[in-house]
Design a protein around this ligand. Structure first.
Ligand SMILES: Cc1cc2nc3c(=O)[nH]c(=O)nc-3n(C[C@H](O)[C@H](O)[C@H](O)COP(=O)(O)OP(=O)(O)OC[C@H]3O[C@@H](n4cnc5c(N)ncnc54)[C@H](O)[C@@H]3O)c2cc1C
Length: 337
């Protein structure tokens, strides 16, 4: 069953070499190194919620075993980690966790680690496993470490780290703008909304990538968009020719499945349009400014700057700038992952 799901998610990979430029990444990559204490194998940890046992512990590094991995795109992989099958991970939506891996030699008897945050895309209610979708950079310390893992190997994990506390119907409309692996927190929120029949939130997602080959989990996004009338997806391209990573967006509407597709460099038979994303496009694709709307943004720094402004230096939300500010969205209407 687990293997099947992983294969279905990974099915989006079309096995072709991309057009070039690698830019799309998850929001605000954090590079942390430090020496720390020994891990414990992940069994049962007592969570805060009414004595329910959960697998994660926010104060302790725990080892999770890699069950299997699958290629999702030319440079991204899906990793499934397992733990006690009667236990949930212990993650609220939307949260991430942090992972660590030993690097280099021990210094003065102390082990050095590289630490990076990742956002599980599996259902937080799933028992016994969680999934990470990770883009592997050619010189990426942690992502290369992940890529080198084999089933049975373990990774040390701590968490959860809460980002946005989502509650059903907290807003009537949620708009999302994601770039590359910035899709992971969006998927967490989307799944929480769609699996709850009492949650009437309308969700629309603009998903930007460098090339069609970089689009992650397209099949899964298609499936969700065609199954749930309150979820719409627009797939956009981050222009590889622009150093500032401007969105290059065109839209074509497929009435059958309510998915909007765009390309940066259209093929001869492309039936959609091509062009930079404009204020007009955001207005057409996402809910307008208002107290019933929330716009979530997650992507590489250039995209964040262009759309919403990056987070503040202290990693607080900071001010809203960019296209969203131009369009009248205020800090209360925007969340930067
Ligand atoms: C809250 C949070 C959640 C995250 N969730 C995910 C997730 O679910 N999946 C995922 O793949 N990543 C996610 N990330 C990013 C992840 O934490 C790492 O930053 C990423 O995997 C790169 O780490 P690395 O050690 O492999 O690369 P590093 O050794 O840190 O960097 C090596 C090279 O990789 C490239 N690179 C690294 N980060 C970026 C970037 N952000 N944009 C452009 N180029 C970059 C650069 O060329 C850099 O020189 C998340 C980040 C945050 C802050």
């Amino acid at each position: 069953m687990a293997a099947l799901l992983l294969r279905r998610l990974a099915g989006a990979h079309r096995g072709r070499v991309p057009l070039g430029a690698a830019a799309a990444a998850a929001c605000g990559g954090a590079a942390l190194f430090y020496a720390s204490s020994s891990p414990t194998v992940a069994h049962l940890e007592k969570g805060e919620e009414a004595g329910e046992k959960v697998a994660l512990n926010p104060d302790k590094w725990l080892e999770f075993k890699l069950q299997e991995k699958a290629k999702v795109s030319h440079n991204s992989q899906l990793f499934r980690f397992s733990f006690d099958p009667n236990t949930k991970l212990g993650l609220d939506v939307a949260s991430c966790l942090i992972t660590r891996a030993p690097i280099g030699e021990e210094v003065e008897g102390r082990r050095k680690y590289v630490i990076r945050p990742y956002t599980p895309i599996s259902d937080p209610d799933s028992k016994g496993y969680f999934d990470l979708l990770i883009k592997v950079y050619p010189d990426g310390k942690m992502s290369q470490y992940f890529a080198s893992l084999k089933p049975g190997d373990v990774v040390e994990v701590k968490g959860p780290i809460e980002k946005l506390r989502y509650s059903p119907n907290m807003k009537k409309q949620i708009g999302m703008i994601a770039g590359g692996t910035g899709i992971t927190p969006m998927l967490q929120v989307v799944r929480a909304i769609l699996k709850n029949p009492d949650d009437k939130t309308q969700v629309s997602l603009i998903y930007a990538n460098v090339s069609p080959d970089d689009i992650l989990l397209k099949r899964e996004l298609d499936r969700l968009a065609s199954s749930y009338p309150n979820f719409k997806v627009y797939i956009a391209m981050i222009s590889s020719s622009e150093p500032g990573l401007f969105f290059s967006l065109s839209m074509t509407l497929s009435l059958q499945n309510q998915v909007f597709y765009t390309v940066d460099k259209p093929s001869a038979d492309w039936r959609g349009g091509v062009g930079f994303v404009s204020k007009d496009m955001i207005l057409k694709g996402l809910p307008g400014p208002g107290e019933d709307s929330l716009i979530l943004v997650c992507g590489p720094p250039g995209m964040m700057n262009h759309i919403s402004g990056d987070k503040a230096k202290d990693r607080s939300q900071g001010e809203v700038s960019g296209r969203l500010k131009d369009l009248g969205y205020t800090a209360e209407m925007v969340y930067k992952f």
